[in-house]
Design a protein around this ligand. Structure first.
Ligand code: ZN
Length: 264
């Protein structure tokens, strides 16, 4: 198996890479592990002390649950797998406190965490708007959880496709039209000459709009042996942490299967 990075943004929130020689079964296993099994931190329980805002407690609790929190996988465990057996302790949950009086827009940054490693990734997410005289006071507990239980714990988007193979044969007359037909700018066009943009070709999603313009000279196919895999983090974990954690989950399942099978 070979892996080659195609693109990585500076903040490391997204990565696209090529997997050669592994096939869609492996890619889909990896995708499912990322979406369902990689744990992240999210607020699960909220105790309201005061809420005179226009929003119901439940609405605010739901909004808090969806605030991405930076996640430290080394220091915390999922409550069900913790030594406290899910009762809640320092190893499996973090307390966050929020106390704001109006007039104000309550932002995620107002959530004060007991652990500086676990805090809102995007401080400007609005939670509620308070008028003069209104106030919001609450205690929230964040826990590690998995996407298979609730979408708030999903670490990011993960998707893949077969690598596009784009071929241009000589004799085309409408280079500008072909280039313009592509919604993801796969082609470069200069003075009537068409070429494939090497940094962008992998974005081709096989829509065939270019083939429709000139079916005689343009062909787009899927490479059966290579897969373009993309991970876009929601911010709790870096893309590398997401991928390594997903691989650990695959490993753990194979180990469990092996153990069970040996016992047969
Ligand atoms: Zn615990």
């Amino acid at each position: 198996m070979e892996i080659r990075i195609l693109e990585q943004d500076k903040k490391k929130e997204a990565v696209a890479f090529l997997i050669k020689g592994a096939g869609p079964v492996f890619a889909n296993t990896l995708r499912r592990m990322i979406v369902n099994r990689v744990p992240t931190m999210a607020i699960e329980d909220v105790e309201f002390r005061k809420n005179s805002s226009i929003l119901y407690d439940e609405v605010i609790a739901h909004r808090l649950g969806l605030v991405p929190l930076s996640t430290d996988l080394k220091s915390y465990t999922v409550p069900a797998e913790c030594t406290c057996k899910g009762k809640g302790c320092g190893k499996c949950r973090v307390k966050l406190i929020l106390k704001v009086s109006g007039p104000a827009v309550v932002l995620a940054s107002e959530l004060k965490s007991k652990d500086p490693a676990i805090k809102p990734v995007f401080p400007k997410i609005p939670i509620a708007k308070l008028l003069k005289g209104q106030s919001l006071e609450l205690e929230a507990f964040a826990v590690l959880g998995r996407g298979e239980e609730h979408a708030k714990w999903i670490p990011g988007h993960a998707y893949y496709k077969q690598k596009p193979v784009i071929a241009i044969s000589e004799g085309y007359k409408n280079a500008a039209e072909i280039a313009a037909s592509c919604p993801v700018q796969v082609y470069d066009e200069k003075n009537g000459t068409l070429s494939i943009n090497k940094d962008n070709y992998f974005r081709c999603h096989l829509c065939n709009a270019c083939v429709d313009v000139d079916p005689k000279h343009i062909s787009v196919k899927e490479d059966p042996d290579e897969i373009v895999f993309v991970v876009e983090s929601f911010g709790q974990l870096s893309c590398k942490e997401i991928l390594l954690s997903a691989i650990d989950e695959i490993d753990a399942r194979l180990d469990a299967f092996q153990k069970a099978f040996k016992g047969v």
